[in-house]
Design a protein. Structure first.
Length: 133
């Protein structure tokens, strides 16, 4: 076989709202969420991967929220401190959360660039929500 750059992982990403009572409500694309909500993520990955989670407000430049560690298979998305939760406090309108991952973790600048211009070694997966105050 040909030797080359490692293939990027195949990743499916879904989000759920974690309620104050600890329950979870799955979200569909473009669902309305409250600025009081916290989002958690479930991923299905073909390979172990390292990545970054980024938040983009409308068409503004994405901001890095933190590192993500993915094992192969189905899982809740973990960060450096365990289960990764994203608070929507202070957010309003259209928000996209991006997971950018590869065999090795991208730098913040590589991850931001990959959102605008897909990179062959990285997988990028969006979750879009509309935040109501």
């Amino acid at each position: 076989g040909l030797k080359g750059a490692p293939l990027p992982p195949a990743i499916e990403l879904s989000a759920a709202v974690r309620a104050r009572d600890g329950s979870f409500r799955p979200l569909g694309a473009g669902d309305l969420v409250s600025a009081r909500d916290t989002l958690v993520f479930r991923a299905q990955t073909s390979l172990a991967a390292e990545g970054l989670l980024l938040l983009q407000r409308g068409s503004a430049r994405p901001e890095v929220l933190g590192a993500v560690h993915l094992a192969g298979g189905p899982q809740l998305v973990q960060g450096d401190d365990g289960l990764l939760g994203v608070s929507l406090e202070g957010e309003q309108g259209d928000v996209t959360l991006w997971l950018v991952a590869g065999p090795k973790a991208p730098s913040p600048s590589e991850a931001v660039a990959a959102i605008a211009f897909p990179a062959p070694a990285l997988t990028r997966v969006p979750v879009r929500v509309r935040v109501q105050p």
